[in-house]
Design a binder for this molecule. Structure first.
Ligand code: ZN
Length: 147
């Protein structure tokens, strides 16, 4: 029983061989952001590569058991994040990738919930493009707005 076996089992996920192999891809290299298609492509190197459907099912189960965070983007593509704590994201339009916004640049938002409800999460995705004029960076404008 390795650490991934324990991680899955303690989250309430039955640690099958296939789930552990996928968990090695997901959690083996620090925090990362990915789509099911990316993981499916990486999993093709496995001895018994899972189908895309199995990858989707496994990722969904990991989300439901609190092992991954799900992030829906504008084009309806679903991303997954191994960092399940509260944090905001940059979306790199050129390369179509997600990265975490460092704490010192993260917006500090307080939003009131409607009557009878409570805020469970605030998801912020800031779209950026590499090599743009820093004055045109959406984050810079946002910081100016906060001052
Ligand atoms: Zn993240």
């Amino acid at each position: 029983m390795g650490p991934l076996w324990v991680k899955l089992a303690s989250a309430g996920v039955r640690p099958t061989r296939q789930r552990i192999e996928l968990a090695e891809i997901l959690f083996g290299a620090g925090d990362r952001h990915f789509t099911a298609e990316m993981i499916h492509a990486e999993a093709r190197a496995l001895r018994y590569p899972p189908s895309l459907g199995t990858v989707y099912n496994t990722l969904n189960q990991f989300v439901q058991n609190g092992l991954l965070r799900e992030i829906a983007l504008y084009d309806a593509k679903i991303w997954y994040d191994t960092n399940i704590g509260p944090h905001c994201h940059y979306y790199w339009e050129d390369t179509e990738q997600l990265s975490d916004i460092p704490d010192e640049h993260a917006p500090n938002l307080t939003v009131a919930a409607p009557p009878g409800a409570k805020v469970t999460a605030i998801d912020v995705i800031v779209r950026v493009k590499a090599g743009a004029d820093p004055r045109e960076c959406p984050m810079a404008r946002f910081e100016h707005f906060l001052k």
